[in-house]
Ligand binder design. Structure first.
Ligand SMILES: CC(=O)N[C@H]1[C@@H](OP(=O)(O)OP(=O)(O)OC[C@H]2O[C@@H](n3ccc(=O)[nH]c3=O)[C@H](O)[C@@H]2O)O[C@H](CO)[C@@H](O)[C@@H]1O
Ligand SMILES: C=C(OP(=O)(O)O)C(=O)O
Length: 435
């Protein structure tokens, strides 16, 4: 079993560079399927397990994909297959993002139903509502969603009941090759939506308004491969900002874009963290005393749910009582029990968590329940007394590249090991005997 082992107590200093954004690169790679002519070259691609998974999905659909030196090259000019099987969708829900491109390109798409996951049930009804409004017949059965259209998709006016990131992206991709104009209302405004729109426009699409609440897409007849650099990962940047703050360190996070994380900067400043914008990134200096604050996760530009668990770790070091309310996912508090194993004074009340900071955090064996929980537990380990062992690293590898190495380069006492269960039991037995 692989584990990350952290010994708490080191302040972090130095510079760390942010990778390309996971949540931008996945839809962009899905969008390359729209090009029936020419190759797409996607740069600044992080070496995450999710990227390998989406590349496999594309290869399975008959696209040619090469991933080398942080660059993905896709040739989707051959005839594409229609189906994304369960083995990929199960590994990564974002596989469902190929549906819009396939439907637009082939007139048919069959994608395994994603099902629920550790952070909630995560339905895709808004994606499907959009496809149906554009003339597709959608059928769900035998664990698959099948969407089919007679001829081409037709532009439509679509209102999303919630500004879903995935639905905005999937419908946007489908609408690029539709006949006529699509007006998408109440859409997600995340920076990753803007990045996708920029890529689609380079491919020959006509998408306007990304980043606002309404997106207008004039359908085009054909799209081409294009060259694109992925935006920096604001959630990875935010995670290192918390790492600096929680340890009372001083770290320059290179490549971080302040405008993408203004809600996080505001909340950290409210807590007393010192933050400077520098030419090539954001500098974070952790103070000796942190103040408690309340946080509510919201769609962008509200506070990102993907930073909720890392901020929970930081608030455990703040003086006073904080409340975190999760409004985006209905079940994104699985990590709370793991924090309690580290002696955190924390409880769940409905969709909120109430926590009292400054309890004596203790190292423990904890299990990552999702990728941000993995990062949050490691961050807590940086300041806990003794040794923290974090397991279930497959979650971490979905969203962070060489996380432990980057923290070690800033001075953390951290390693990643393959530890068999027997050795661990014996070690603990010996240390218990010596205690
Ligand atoms: C690969 C990727 O980019 N993942 C991000 C994306 O996920 P994802 O695109 O899955 O998130 P959504 O914005 O779609 O989901 C937000 C909420 O809307 C609900 N919903 C969504 C679609 C739908 O058809 N029906 C419905 O009810 C979901 O269950 C959830 O409660 O945005 C989330 C919210 O910022 C982030 O946490 C994820 O990191
Ligand atoms: C929830 C996340 O990702 P995904 O939507 O890929 O599960 C995340 O990045 O925190």
């Amino acid at each position: 079993m692989e584990k990350i082992i952290v010994r708490g107590g080191k302040r972090l200093y130095g510079t760390v560079k942010v990778e390309g954004a996971k949540n931008a690169v996945l839809p962009v790679i899905a969008a390359t399927l729209l090009a029936s002519d020419g190759k797409s070259v996607i740069r600044d691609v992080p070496t995450l397990s999710d990227v390998y998974t989406i590349n496999e999905v594309l290869r399975n659909l008959n696209a040619q994909v090469v991933f080398e030196n942080n660059t993905v090259v896709v040739d989707a000019s051959r005839e594409l297959k229609d189906e994304a099987p369960f083995e990929y969708v199960r590994k990564m829900r974002a596989s469902v993002l190929v549906m819009g491109s396939l439907l637009a390109r082939n007139g048919r798409a069959r994608v395994a139903l994603p099902g629920g996951c550790a952070i909630g049930s995560r339905p895709i009804d808004q994606h499907l509502k959009g496809f149906e409004a554009m003339g597709a017949h959608v059928k769900v059965g035998n664990g698959f969603i099948e969407a089919e259209v007679n001829g081409r998709l037709k532009g439509a006016k679509i209102y999303l009941d919630f500004p879903s990131v995935g639905a905005t992206e999937n419908i946007m991709m489908a609408a690029t090759l539709a006949q006529g104009t699509t007006i998408l209302e109440n859409v997600a405004k995340e920076p990753e939506i803007v990045d996708l729109a920029n890529f689609l426009n380079k491919m020959g699409a006509n998408v306007r308004g990304a980043g606002t609440g309404t997106i207008r897409i004039e359908g085009v007849d054909v799209m081409f491969g294009a060259d694109h650099n992925i935006i920096p990962d604001r959630i990875e940047a935010g995670t290192f900002m918390v790492a600096a703050a929680i340890t009372g360190g001083n770290v320059l996070i290179k490549g971080a874009v302040p405008e993408h994380i203004s809600s996080l900067i505001a909340k950290m400043e409210e807590m007393g963290v010192i933050i400077f914008e520098e030419e090539d990134g954001i500098r974070v200096i952790g103070p000796d005393h942190l103040r408690a604050v309340d946080i509510k996760t919201m769609p962008h530009p509200g506070f990102p749910t993907d930073m909720q668990s890392q901020m929970m770790a930081l608030l455990l070091r703040a003086e006073g009582t904080s409340m975190i309310t999760e409004t985006v996912f209905e079940n994104r508090f699985m990590h709370v029990e793991e924090f309690r194993r580290m002696n955190a004074d924390i409880k769940i009340e409905g969709r909120s968590v109430i926590l009292n900071g400054l309890s004596n955090l203790q190292g423990a064996e904890v299990s990552a329940t999702d990728l941000r929980a993995a990062a949050a537990l490691i961050l807590t380990g940086l300041v806990a007394d003794g040794i923290t062992r974090v397991t279930e690293l497959k979650h971490l590898d979905r969203g962070y590249v060489r996380f432990h190495e980057k923290l070690a380069s800033l001075g953390a006492d951290i390693e990643r090991v393959k530890e068999d269960v027997e050795t661990f039991v014996i070690e603990n037995y010996v240390s218990d005997m010596n205690a």
